[in-house]
Design a protein around this ligand. Structure first.
Ligand SMILES: Cc1cc2nc3c(=O)[nH]c(=O)nc-3n(C[C@H](O)[C@H](O)[C@H](O)COP(=O)(O)O)c2cc1C
Length: 136
C-alpha cells in the first residue's frame, strides 16, 4: 500500500466562527478511522496542514477540507508518495500560535518567519513542522 503526504496552506475565514477544539476532535475521529496522521499549524491567521496516509484516504479528506467554509484560499503545496510518515503518532497534532519559540524554529530554516505559499520550500517547511511537533 502506497503512502502519500499532502501539504497545504490556507487562511482563516474571518467571517466564520471556528472552534479549533471541535475541529481537532473531528480530525481525530475521521483520521484515526483511516490511519491518516499529520499536523495542523495555525498561527491565528493561516493554517499549514500535513496529511499522511493512503492516496485514497488523503484525497477524500483533502477534498472535504478544501470546501470547508472555516478557511479560504487553500493552496496545495505538495502531494507526493513517501517511504515513511513524518508524523506517525498524531492522528492530527495541533500547534496553535506564533510564540518567540515558534519564530525561532521558523528562522532556523527560513530567512523570515513569514510564510509565502507561492515560494515556500516545502522540505524546509516540513523541517519546521517536525521541530514544532517534537515540542508538542
Ligand atoms: C483547517 C482545517 C483542517 C481540517 N482537517 C481535517 C482533517 O484532518 N480530517 C478531517 O476529517 N476533517 C478535517 N477538517 C474538517 C473537514 O473540513 C470536515 O468538516 C470534516 O471532515 C467533516 O467530518 P464529519 O462528516 O465527520 O463531520 C478540517 C477543516 C479545516 C478548516
Amino acid at each position: 500500500m502506497n503512502l502519500c503526504r499532502l501539504v497545504y496552506y490556507s487562511e482563516r475565514n474571518p467571517t466564520v466562527n471556528m472552534d479549533l477544539r471541535t475541529l481537532i476532535a473531528t480530525c481525530h475521529k475521521n483520521n484515526t478511522a483511516r490511519s491518516v496522521t499529520g499536523l495542523l499549524h495555525h498561527n491565528g491567521n493561516y493554517f499549514i496542514q500535513v496529511l499522511e496516509g493512503s492516496r485514497a484516504d488523503v484525497s477524500s479528506i483533502y477534498h472535504r477540507i478544501v470546501t470547508d467554509p472555516r478557511h479560504i484560499n487553500c493552496i496545495l503545496l505538495a502531494c507526493t508518495d513517501v517511504r515513511e510518515r513524518l508524523f506517525p503518532t498524531w492522528s492530527m497534532g495541533l500547534h496553535e500560535g506564533m510564540t518567540d519559540r515558534t519564530k525561532e524554529i521558523f528562522l532556523r530554516y527560513f530567512s523570515k518567519d513569514r510564510i509565502d505559499p507561492e515560494v515556500i520550500n516545502v522540505d524546509s517547511l516540513l523541517d519546521v513542522l517536525q521541530d514544532i511537533a517534537a515540542e508538542l
